[in-house]
Structures are given as structure tokens and as C-alpha cells.
Write a protein that binds this ligand. Sequence first.
Ligand SMILES: Cc1cc2nc3c(=O)[nH]c(=O)nc-3n(C[C@H](O)[C@H](O)[C@H](O)COP(=O)(O)O)c2cc1C
Length: 198
Amino acid sequence: MTGLNRNPLRVLSISGSLRRGSFNTALLKAAQELAPEGMEITIFDLKDIPLYNADVEAEGDPEAVTALKKAVHGADALLLATPEYNGGIPAPLKNAIDWASRSPSGYQESAIFGKTVAIMGGGGGGAVRAQTQLRQVLSALGIEALEQPEVKVAMVWDKFDEKGHLIDHKTREQINELLHALEERLTHEDAPAEVLAA
Ligand SMILES: Cc1cc2nc3c(=O)[nH]c(=O)nc-3n(C[C@H](O)[C@H](O)[C@H](O)COP(=O)(O)O)c2cc1C
């Protein structure tokens, strides 16, 4: 068995925050900068994704949803950065996962099912509860998000300079390790079956 042997490895990253000055989006920008050679990280903006509504879906996916599904489908892996809102996953991120889990042939044929996923999060306490919830939601879609390293960025607003550049050494190191773990998961011979079949 061999893992993916594609260059570049295509990683689609999604922030659970819609705001322009989001620290979670800034974590993804730092990940783009820290990506190992041969890994390409793009950021998908959720701002145009409507709330999931089966009536809307029945009339055909809105353009932004089609773009989301296409981007998820075409990615070798996802990198999700989540804030924590009132102890849980922010609505935009859960909503995007819900749309991406939809397929006329059933959720197991959806864009997101069985995807390789790495997660991280920033907030006052590192978005720990949101990340735990996110793992649980992903497990319903046949996804075991990377366990280690955990990237829980507490007091996230203190980790960037005024230009939004990640200056905290420990956080940069953790993101670097997470990306290497993701690369390992994608390319290692023990990569999960869904990756090998991709
Ligand atoms: C509705 C709401 C609820 C929040 N609840 C939490 C929370 O439960 N835990 C926490 O650490 N921060 C909480 N925060 C603060 C966010 O972590 C903080 O605003 C963070 O910067 C948001 O991420 P962003 O910078 O990527 O937008 C909350 C913020 C909002 C707007």
C-alpha cells in the first residue's frame, strides 16, 4: 500500500469566522506561509454560503454551495480553523459541513465524507470545546481528524502583530508540526483507505 504521491498536495482550508479581521483566518494565512514544500493551501471563504435549507437544495445548490462542494471534492485534505462561540462550533462552519455532507446519492457519497482533516482553533481558551465538538461532528462523516498535535491557541489576539502576522513562536511551531503530520497522513503507506483510494 502506498499513500498519495501527488505534487502538490492540495489542502483546502476553511475558517469558521466570517469577519475580515478574524484571528482564525489569520492562523490559516500563517499555515499557508508555513506549508511544507509540496503542499498548497488555499483558503475558502464561507461568507456567501447561505444557511442550509432543504427547500433551497431541492431547487438546486446555490452557486456558492456548488463552489464549496467542488473545492472540498478536489482537495486531498481539509484544514479547519474554528473559533468558539458560546462553548461550541460557530454556525458558519457547522453549516458549511452540513452542505458539504449532502449528495443526491447519500451522505457517504458527499464531497466531505471520509476526507482527511486537520483542525485547529483560536479564542480566549483555545477553542477547546469547539474543537471537541468539531471532532464529534466529523466522526459522523467517517472522519477521524488528526489527533496530534493539538493546536489550541489561547488568547489568540495576543499572538499576532498589528499587520496580522503570527509572531508567537510556539503557535508557529505547532502549526508547522500539524502540517507535517497532515503530510505524513496523506503520503504515508499507512494512510487511511479513503486517502489511498483518492
Ligand atoms: C457570539 C460569541 C460567542 C463567543 N463565545 C466564546 C467562547 O465560548 N469561548 C471563547 O473562548 N471565546 C468566545 N468568544 C470570543 C471569540 O473567541 C473571539 O471573538 C475570537 O476572536 C473569534 O474568532 P475570530 O477572531 O476568528 O473571529 C465568543 C465570541 C462571540 C462573537
